[in-house]
Structures are given as C-alpha cells and as structure tokens.
Write a protein that binds this ligand. Structure first.
Ligand code: ADP
Ligand code: GLC
Length: 494
C-alpha cells in the first residue's frame, strides 16, 4: 500500500440499507475492500424512510443537526445520522443524510405504488449533493478523494469546482465519478438549474446542459477529475456510439485519458455456495453433487416436478428493456422446445409483469415466476439453477453472471459490456470456458446459445468440468480495489 487516503464514497444505494440493483452491492463491497487495504473510507447515503434504524443501530449526530441547505429560493433542513456497515473483516462508517421532506418515503427513486419517479428527484439529489460539503466542513474531515457514483451524486464535482473549492478547507479534494449505467442520466428541465445556485456558465453545452435540459450525469463527467465505468468493454461502447452512449458518447470521448473501465468484483462473504445462509444445501467445487438438492428444494417450493436431465434456467433481474426481457418473451415458445424448466424473479415495468404472468399461465409445468424483490430467492435461484440467462441489450458490468460463475450456474449471456469481459465461451471439445455467448440482439440467437448449453448439459461429465471452470474463477474485489487505489494516487499526484 501507499499512503493511507481519506475517501468519501457517495451512492444513492448501499446494501443492506437500500437496494434496487448492482450499484448497492458495489457501494457496499468496494468501500470495505478499500478499507481493508488501509484507506479511511466513509460512506454517505440518503436516509430513506424504509431504512430500519433499530436494526442497523443508526443514531443521530447531535452536532450535525438542522443544517440549512439552500435550494433555489427555498431552503431545507438537513440532519445527519450515523452507523457502520459491518462486513466480514472490517467496518465502514456510514452517514445518513436525513430529511423527512425529501427522503422520508417508501421508495428510493419512485413511488412504489404508482411506479412513477418522484417529481422532486432534482431537489432531492441537489439537497444530498450540497449537503455533503456542509457536513464535511462541520466534521472537520477533508477527504483526499470524493468518489461519486451515478447521476445522483453527479453535482458534487461541479459544486466543488465552482463553489466550495474557494474555501481552503476543500481546495485539495479531487473527485472521481463512476458511471454504473449511462442510460440513467438524471436529466431535468432547465427550470431545475436555478435551484442549484451554480453560476450560469455551468448551464452551457461545455458544461452540464444537454440539448436544452440540465443533466446531472453530464455534470459528473465534465467536472470530475477522472471518470470511470464498470468494465472496459462498456467504456469503449459508451464512448464509441450513440447506441450505447445515449448522447453522452462525445462528452466521454473528450475525456480521453481521463476515462477508463475498472471491472466490478463481488463480495464472496455474501455470495458463496459453500457458506450462503439462504441456500439449504451448501456446496463447493469439491461437492458439486449437492447442488441438485437445492434445485429439488426450489422446484418443490414452486410446485414443479423435478425431472433429472431437464436443466433449470434461472433469471434474477430488474424488468426493464436493458435486460433483454423482450427476447425472453419473444423467444419463449422456442426455449420451451429445448425441454428446459425456467424460473424468473424480477420486478419493474408493468408491461413485462403482464407478459410474464401470461407465459407462466401458458406453461404451468415449466415456468416459475415471482414478481417482486426477494433477496433470499435471488440467492436460492443461483444455488438451484443449472443455467443463468442474461440476454442484456447492454450491461455496464453485471453482477449476476459473476454470482452465477461462483455458484456453477453456467451463464448464457449476450456478448456486451461487462458480460463480454467476465465470461469466456465454452469450447465443448476442449472443455475450456465458463459460459455461452450470443452476439446479435435477436431472440433466435439467444435460443441457439441456450441450446448449446442444453446440449452440453446432456453430458454431465463435461458439464461438471465447465462448472468447475466457472467456480474457480476469481472476481473478488481485491484486484479492482487496487486499481481504484492507483487511480486515486494518480490524480492526487497531478
Ligand atoms: P443491475 O444493477 O443493472 O440491476 P446487476 O447484475 O449489476 O444489474 O445487479 C443486480 C443485483 O440486484 C444483483 O445483486 C441481483 O441479485 C439483484 N436483484 C435484481 N433483481 C432482484 C429481485 N427482484 N430480487 C432480489 N434481488 C434482485
Ligand atoms: C448498474 C449496471 C450493472 C452494474 C451495476 C453495478 O446497475 O446496470 O451492469 O453491474 O450498475 O456497477
């Protein structure tokens, strides 16, 4: 290790406090991994209304009470609460940015009932971003690095550059902005801009203006000292074409050497079939045969028959276009011809809920479906399935294929983003590789890839060899955390 650094890590989701997807897992595991290699890392997250204060021992910080945060002509009061993120080997302090007005709600970004984004998401995350500086000053803790993640903390680099760096306390702080998904940009009407209190030059094409609107993500990209995303292939994709960059490709390409991909790791203390608290039958590379007991258990839970020789294909996913749900729906009849069973756990857009429910009705013996968020079942599906399907249209990194590798649940994935970087195509003769790819975003191509997996599954000896290949891969955080450490040092040197 080099010099210990003070790092403030900002995320709108952190597991186990608040989670809609992979960002929460990363924001939990990466700070712990950085702490383990010797850095002083702290987290700051909004204190959403559903976070259980008793369970997580969250308490007030008396000297950080009733801080006024200006939002346009109004102002709102901020309180800070604190707790620890307790991991296997280390604990990380976490600050909860509390405001009954902005965060005392049951959803993170959306009203869970209407599934609509909260209309004041701009004000909520302006409040959060500005609040960070007010808190640091009062704490007397100046980090070397503020590591921002996704649009919700995209304004932090610009607040630093344009307002707070005038104060010597903040002058030397550097910012890293990590893009977990460029499809969610925090794009608001121009009326949002005056609420930030930022100078007018920020609302220009060189700054955070995006075709007449105000983009929090563009702000993060333009004003941070370095931008990263969560895999190398995705870095190339989003700076290379509009299809992947969603209009920000030019801005990213312009960052040039100040933009790169660092692949995510996973937390093996939570995702390991040998110790997983949620799967009834533990197993490892040495005890592969035990895995099938989890399959029997899961099928029974969904009232399905266990049929030896019939593979179970699993999916755990947000139900949004990104995840390739359309391919699954369009190709479902063909999939069923392969003689597989299928289980999907997911929640998201209503249209997908409706279509998947219809399929489950049509194929009552083959298809199991749970629409909702269920952490325990997510683990169980990894532990029980033979094949894991991720036909994503785009995938910045993807964590589920990494969990699948560890659980010997062979991934079938579209060759894009982090999926392309973390899975290796199986060679059925040499029995090398860890999964199966398809390239074009077409239902037929997806079905063909699943079919290749099903064929290999027919030869259990070969299949188990591939399972072992997958389970022996190492995607622990250690090496990626070191890459972030190097990056922090590099930008601090300048
Ligand atoms: P994304 O962040 O785009 O949703 P990732 O693969 O990076 O995709 O991460 C998804 C994470 O969210 C995984 O930890 C996965 O297990 C979890 N997850 C997704 N949907 C559900 C669900 N319905 N219930 C429980 N966990 C889910
Ligand atoms: C985003 C991406 C996903 C990635 C996760 C964590 O949600 O969609 O691919 O794994 O962030 O970085």
């Amino acid at each position: 290790m080099t010099q210990p650094l003070n790092v403030l890590f900002l995320s709108s989701e952190v597991f186990p406090f608040a989670k809609t997807g992979g960002l929460a897992d990363v924001a939990s595991a990466l700070p712990q991994a950085l702490k383990e290699i010797g850095h002083e890392v702290r987290l700051a997250i909004p204190r959403y209304g559903f976070v259980n204060e008793r369970k997580f021992r969250i308490h007030e910080i008396i000297r950080l009470k009733d801080i006024n945060i200006p939002i346009g002509k109004k102002s709102a009061k901020l309180n800070v609460k604190s707790s620890f993120l307790i991991g296997d080997r280390t604990k990380v302090q976490i600050y909860f940015i509390d405001s009954a007005e902005f965060f005392g709600r049951q959803g993170i970004y959306q009203d869970p009932k209407t599934k609509r984004d909260y209309p004041d998401n701009d004000e909520r995350y302006i409040f959060y971003s500005r609040g960070i500086f007010e808190i640091l000053k009062r704490l007397g803790w100046a980090p070397h690095i503020i590591h921002c993640n996704d649009w919700q903390s995209g304004l932090v680099p610009v607040y630093l550059k344009k307002i707070y760096s005038k104060d010597p306390f903040f002058k030397n702080i550097k910012t890293v902005f990590t893009i977990h998904n460029v499809a969610y940009q925090g794009l608001f009407p121009k009326e949002t801009f005056p609420k930030t209190g930022l100078p007018a030059d920020v609302f220009t094409p060189e700054g955070a203006e995006f075709y007449g609107k105000f983009s929090f993500m563009k702000a993060g990209i333009v004003y941070s000292d370095f931008v990263t995303t969560v895999s190398s292939t995705y870095a190339d994709e989003i700076s290379g074409s509009e299809e992947y960059g969603f209009g920000l490709e030019g801005v990213l390409a312009k960052k040039n050497k100040k933009f790169s991909g660092i692949v995510n790791g996973i937390d093996y203390s939570l995702w390991n079939p040998d110790t997983d608290q949620f799967i009834p039958f533990k197993y490892s590379v040495k005890t592969l045969d035990a895995k099938v007991e989890n399959k029997k258990y899961l099928l029974k839970r969904f009232n399905k028959k266990f049929e030896p020789g019939v593979p179970l294909v699993g999916m755990v996913t947000r139900l949004v276009e990104q995840k390739g749900i359309d391919l699954v729906i369009d190709g479902f009849a063909e999939l069923m011809k392969l003689k597989v069973q299928f289980i999907l756990l997911g929640t998201g857009e209503k249209q997908y809920h409706t279509k998947l429910e219809a399929l489950a009705k049509k194929y009552p013996d083959e298809m199991s479906l749970e629409l909702g968020y269920n952490d325990e079942l997510a683990h169980l599906i990894e532990g029980a399935s033979d094949i894991f399907l991720m036909p994503s249209k785009f995938e910045p990194c993807g964590l589920n294929q990494l969990y699948s590798l560890k659980y010997g649940t062979i991934p079938v994935v579209r060759k894009t983003g982090g999926l392309a970087d973390t899975v290796a195509e199986v060679n059925p003769q040499k029995l090398t590789g860890t999964g199966f790819f398809f390239q074009d975003f077409k239902a037929g191509d997806m079905v063909k890839a699943v079919s290749r997996a099903v064929t290999l599954f027919g030869d259990q000896k070969s299949w188990q060899k591939v399972m072992r290949n997958a389970m022996m891969e190492d995607f622990s955080w250690t090496s990626s955390a070191k890459q972030y450490e190097e990056l922090y040092n590099k930008i601090l040197e300048k």
